[in-house]
Write a protein that binds this ligand. Structure first.
Ligand code: IPD
Length: 281
């Protein structure tokens, strides 16, 4: 069975690279934008094209596997993680960046079996950085091993986060109060690449000590979560409990000390879960 997962991972890497070519090409010619849940929740034809490319290819090679894909869920498919081998796909993580040609855009492919991530692939396609992790085998960027930062003092740390795509005033209030609390610890700085997947790879690379966000989706963080833990990092919920990939909340850090210090400052809220049953019309 182990070899099967390695085959699947090799296929994911090849697909992420091919998807990256499509994204780079589209960036030059084709950034027609549409909206999803609200006017700042963006999608393009390229998101849909890349997701279809990945899912069709995986279906041919691994016909029994299941999928959770950002654009398939937006089109009405269920977002349920079972014990079956499941590909969790964000065809373009950083769609807003893509629309504005802000140069951080990633293809994110996670693979879970028995609800446990087995491999994660994040291709930061404009930087040509291929981040990979296989459970128990470490994390890599373009083949070079990754290691989280050894900094234990949050006051010497750089933190990554995002503002997300909700403009609900109560949500924005909590995002800003968390940000203010964390800035005023004080930390060295706060950054955001505009893609959850790349932010997590920056934690794995030791460039930032931690990343937190409320409002992300399982496809944004599934692959990155394994890349962080295989680089020696820790994952937890924003309340300090165990990470639940469907909860839409995450802290990914180099150490428990830094993660718990951030948790103490986060003004937490609970967005509707990714696996919540759809609202009745
Ligand atoms: C978004 C990005 C962004 C984060 C949002 C995500 P998308 O993903 O990861 O950084 O703030 O919460 O939804 O929509 O570009 O795939």
């Amino acid at each position: 069975m182990a070899d099967d997962w390695q085959n699947a991972m090799d296929h994911a890497v090849a697909l992420a690279r091919r998807a990256g070519e499509v994204v780079r090409e589209a960036l030059q010619h084709d950034r027609k934008v549409m909206t999803k849940s609200c006017s700042v929740d963006l999608v393009t034809q390229t998101d849909q094209k890349v997701e279809t490319l990945i899912i069709q290819s995986v279906k041919e090679k691994f016909p029994t596997h299941r999928f959770i894909g950002e654009e398939s869920v937006a089109a009405g498919e269920a977002c349920v993680l079972t014990d079956s081998p499941t590909w969790i796909i964000d065809p373009i993580d950083g769609t807003t960046n893509f629309v504005h040609a802000f140069p951080f855009v990633a293809v994110s492919i996670g693979f879970s079996v028995n609800k446990q991530m087995q491999f994660g692939v994040v291709y930061s396609c404009l930087e040509d950085k291929m981040y990979t992790a296989r459970r128990g085998n470490g994390a890599f960027c373009n083949g070079e091993p990754l290691q989280v930062s050894q900094q234990q003092d949050v006051k010497q740390s750089m933190i990554a986060t995002e503002f997300g795509s909700s403009r609900d005033p109560e949500v924005v209030e909590k995002i800003f109060s968390s940000l203010k609390n964390i800035l005023c610890i004080p930390v060295h700085g706060v950054r955001g690449a505009g893609t959850a997947a790349v932010n997590m790879c920056l934690v794995a690379s030791g460039c930032v000590e931690a990343y937190y966000e409320m409002g992300i989706h399982v496809w944004d963080v599934a692959a990155g979560s394994l890349i962080v833990s295989e680089a020696g990092g820790v994952l937890m919920d924003v309340d300090g409990g165990e990470l639940d990939l469907m909860s839409r909340r995450i802290v990914a850090a180099n150490s428990r000390a830094v993660a718990e210090r951030l948790v103490a400052e986060i003004d937490a809220f609970s967005p509707p879960r990714d696996d919540a049953p759809p609202l009745k019309p």
